[in-house]
Write a protein that binds this ligand. Structure first.
Ligand code: PLP
Length: 637
């Protein structure tokens, strides 16, 4: 991006970074060019400046990167979902109700689950567990007997017993049969413990969705029972006189379903199955649609996989209407609709904040006015191509310089060119590429081969975080997250760059960014200023990222800070979790850090004995080693 004489405005930053589109009303830009956040979508009168929060974090002695949670955004999202369903129910005269069940797997951190249960209390928002550990967490966190506790996942005897104990304690705990083999064990354990269970069954629908996680649904999905297996389960329950216990039908089409049509198709099919179960005499009360409610990460409101072509209100109306349409035909009572929405509840409330450590620029070297006498013919060809370049021969010149560049490389490998000549050849090549890129900007349509040229010349911004730890889905499945600077938004971003993390891994980068027209390979950024930090944020990272992250290069959990925004626009720090120390991380990969220190002491002592260091130097080196063990795993200024 070239500097422009036109005055840059914060409105231009708002458009450039698509803040209005992906921010769902939670984010905006202040007159002074700082990114702001508000828990009340669209109301910026009491919004808080993110750079101000960063200042507060640093005053408390915590370094970047930091995962920042805005607690009240979670409350807003829980209200949005529950109120949306309530209005759909009211407006359509639906005779059942709605209950949410937050799937712990989406973000299992205690602070998150605690916040969900606290904010969700007035809606009786429950929890979904997918394993024994999650059930144990849920049983410890949930207090509300009106809320549901849905148990999914593969179940052994211990898992089943825990679920049955939850029922004994008065929880609405539903044991969902995911595999045909689970049912006999559940029946046996219920009898042994003398507990009447609440049973559910997960159906494999034939409806399927597109998207990154689509494989959870469809006939070939891993979990769930097909029609014949469900009939078999009904017959078993009938024979055991337990059909009344079967009260819930569950399905999960996949997460992040971008297209409302697929959601509607699945609801219609599931409602038919529900009706079939009622007809068989099961004690049906709940229809559980699982997850899938998507987040509009790129703000395009389309059926692109990082987006969704519907609002939460539309989702609720379509679900309620879809269920009613089928069941009314057969005069069946309306069930309690459950959704296990996770992503839509927690994505918005976390952002990863990090500083930029350095940049690398590709800039052409200064070329001599004329080539020295006796310059190799290959370099001469490159130089002639550069001199002849104009708007009309861009493509041809591009083809030529690639050819001559290869000739130069070959000649160098065969010993026909000196290293200095090779360097001159490279410089002429890159100068030509730069000039082609300048022409390319003015071309109405870019030839296919030239599409990657801006990316090839873009800057690299080295950032203080690990993609593998903090944005694993960006690396593993190419998920897009909105990323932008959090300040200087009243200044022109004069550079285009991609982001590299500090793992030095060639995959440790972000080079796919949200864009209204698809996916961009670089993003607009500001020039770094001497002695001033430049902060960026990755947004909507509250779902799935925290616990999927790994310890690549032994970079550990980041510091986590939770802030609550008050009605008067002030903010309070309500939670603070220090990230992993080097010692923590080493112990995760089974180092005995005490033994490491003992060995290192000996190494240092041997160095003293050999006269390599003095005893005083040994003391200082040991102190540095111990400090290192206690330190943060990320770059510290
Ligand atoms: N329910 C089940 C059974 C799941 O497997 C998942 C996640 O894949 C969810 C709910 C949460 O889905 P989402 O985050 O799309 O709401």
């Amino acid at each position: 991006m070239t500097p422009t004489l036109e005055r840059w405005t914060t409105e231009r930053s708002t458009e450039l970074y698509g803040v209005r589109e992906w921010g769902a009303g939670f984010f905006g830009i202040s007159q002074s060019g700082e990114l702001q956040v508000t828990p009340e979508p669209g109301n910026f009168t009491n919004a808080v400046s993110i750079p101000e929060i960063i200042e507060g974090i640093q005053e408390r002695g915590l370094d970047m990167p930091v995962l920042l949670r805005i607690e009240n955004i979670l409350g807003t999202q829980i209200s949005l979902l529950n109120n949306s369903f309530q209005s759909a129910i009211d407006s359509l005269n639906y005779r059942g109700s709605y209950l949410g069940a937050y799937p712990i797997k989406v973000n299992q951190q205690q602070q998150v689950v605690e916040a969900v249960t606290r904010h969700g209390k007035k809606y009786h928002h429950g929890l979904e567990a997918g394993s024994k550990a999650e059930l144990i967490a849920a049983m410890g966190m949930l207090r509300d007997p009106e809320a549901v506790l849905v148990c999914n996942g593969y179940k052994d005897e211990e898992y089943i017993d825990l679920g049955l104990h939850a029922t004994q304690l008065g929880f609405k705990c539903v044991l969902v049969v995911e595999m045909p083999g689970e049912l006999p064990l559940i029946i046996e354990r219920s009898r042994a413990l003398g507990v009447e269970p609440i049973l559910g069954v997960r159906v494999k629908l034939s409806a399927q969705a597109n998207g990154l996680w689509a494989e959870s649904g469809g006939d070939r999905s891993i979990f769930g029972l097909n029609a014949a297996q469900i009939i078999e389960a009904i017959d078993t329950l009938k024979a055991e006189e337990m059909l009344g216990s079967l009260q819930l039908l569950h399905y999960h089409l996949g997460s992040q379903i971008p297209n409302i049509r697929e959601i509607r198709n699945a609801v219609a099919e599931a409602a038919r199955v529900y009706a079939g179960l009622v007809a068989e005499g099961a004690g049906m009360r709940y229809l559980d649609l699982g997850g899938g409610l998507a987040v509009d990460y790129d703000g395009t409101q389309t059926n692109f996989m990082s987006s969704r072509n519907y609002s939460v209100d539309e989702y609720s109306v379509d679900v309620v209407e879809g269920v009613m349409t089928v069941l009314d035909e057969q005069n069946i009572d309306h069930p309690i609709i459950i959704t296990e929405s996770g992503r839509a509840l927690v994505a918005y409330y976390s952002m990863l904040l990090f500083n930029v450590l350095d940049t690398a620029r590709f800039e052409p070297e200064t070329l001599p006015e004329t080539l020295p006498e006796g310059t190799s013919i290959h370099i001469q060809h490159l130089y002639d191509t550069l001199e002849a370049l104009n708007l009309r021969n861009v493509q041809e010149s591009f083809n030529d310089i690639l050819y001559y560049r290869d000739q130069v490389r070959q000649a160098f490998s065969q010993g026909k060119l000196s290293f200095r000549e090779r360097a001159l050849g490279d410089s002429v090549f890159w100068e030509t590429i730069f000039r082609i890129a300048r022409f390319a900007k003015d071309m109405p349509s870019l030839p296919h081969e030239l599409e990657g040229i801006t990316q090839a010349l873009s800057d690299i911004y080295y950032c203080n975080f690990s993609v593998f730890q903090s944005l694993p889905d960006s690396w593993a499945i190419g998920q897009l997250f909105p990323i932008m600077p959090v300040h200087r938004l009243n200044e022109t971003p004069t550079r285009e760059g991609l982001l590299a993390d500090i793992t030095c891994d060639c995959d440790g980068k972000i080079d796919r960014f949200i864009d209204s027209q698809g996916v961009k390979r670089t993003m607009p950024l500001h020039e770094l200023k001497d002695s001033e930090e430049y902060y960026l944020g990755a947004f909507l990272v509250g779902a799935y990222q925290e616990t999927l992250g790994d310890l690549h290069n032994l970079l550990g959990d980041t510091n986590i800070v939770t802030v609550r925004i008050r009605d008067n626009g002030e903010f309070v720090f309500v939670g603070e979790l220090e990230g992993d120390t080097v010692e923590d991380i080493l112990s995760y990969v089974e180092y005995d850090t005490k033994a490491l220190l003992r060995r290192f002491r000996k190494t240092a002592e041997t160095a003293v004995q050999h006269g390599q260091i003095t005893p005083i130097q040994r003391r200082d080196i040991l102190q540095a080693y111990k400090n290192g063990l206690q330190g943060y795993t990320y770059f510290e200024r």
